[in-house]
Design a protein around this ligand. Structure first.
Ligand code: GLP
Length: 245
């Protein structure tokens, strides 16, 4: 894994935005995997600014988001689809037909997961996957446990994850859906290139366990150690325990 430590979260945002616009320039029909959460929001704002200044042509790119809550539809204000619309999609020239999302309101959620795997395959696979990390080490919504699932699947969210996502649901964890749909660990590892971003002291522990530790299903992000092209972009606060066990 390549670990890049930058002075502060603003620099991490700018570095992530730059990685994405460089990839778009090299490959205009880029298939981009995207993450929600607070961490990439400043990078998304930067990407919208860059696009306004003619830096970043998204017209031929496709996107696949990592995950979505189950039981709510794409128009729900707490949905990741709305989050992405607000933070990125409405500010760049993406073709709406190339924006791909898991539908948490599908009648058959298992069939919806299969459809998504197939759609990624049909698009030629993900070229660049952006990841955040949950404070418990999750990526996408692949929660710590005795086992991890390779394919896109339904997940029962852990209480800590529901608490972390409460701001999207009026700050009330009980309003956060109990289930979600998420790309699996295999889906993520098949991306040709991965950039994970983490900022702030709250992420120092899970980052240390991701990069220093053994590969363990209790730390889902630790599986990234086996991927040949992963960069971890950190601010100083998130990096304090890297290299120490
Ligand atoms: C959610 C998302 C993850 C994200 C995580 C971290 O649980 N499903 O993809 O990485 O939040 O969020 P934050 O960046 O707000 O810490």
């Amino acid at each position: 894994m390549k670990i890049t430590v930058l002075k502060d979260s603003d620099r991490v945002a700018r570095a992530l935005a730059r990685r994405i616009t460089d990839a778009l320039r090299e490959q205009p029909d880029l298939v981009l995997g995207l993450a929600t959460g607070r961490t990439p929001v400043d990078a998304y704002a930067q990407l919208r600014r860059m696009h306004q200044e003619d830096d970043g042509d998204w017209s031929r790119a496709s996107t696949f988001n990592l995950d979505e809550f189950a039981g709510i539809d794409a128009s729900h204000p707490g949905s990741f689809r709305q989050f992405m619309q607000h933070h990125l999609f409405e500010g760049v020239n993406l073709d709406p037909s190339r924006i791909h999302f898991l539908n948490g309101a599908a009648a058959d959620l298992d069939a919806e997961c299969d459809r998504y795997e197939e759609a990624i395959h049909q698009a030629g696979g993900i070229d660049l996957q952006v990841l955040g990390i949950g404070s418990n080490g999750h990526i996408g919504f692949n929660e710590p446990g005795d086992e991890l699932l390779a394919r896109t699947h339904r997940v029962r969210l852990q209480p800590s994850t529901r608490r972390d996502n409460a701001p999207l649901f009026g700050d009330d964890p009980s309003h956060v859906p109990a289930e979600a749909l998420s790309m699996g660990i295999g889906t993520i590892l098949r991306a040709r290139r991965i950039v994970l971003v983490a900022t702030g002291a709250k992420k120092a522990d899970c980052i240390a366990r991701t990069v220093n530790g053994r590969i363990a299903t209790r730390v889902p992000a630790s599986v990234l150690q086996v991927h040949p092209d992963v960069e971890i972009l950190l601010d100083r606060a998130a990096a304090v325990r890297v290299g120490r066990t």
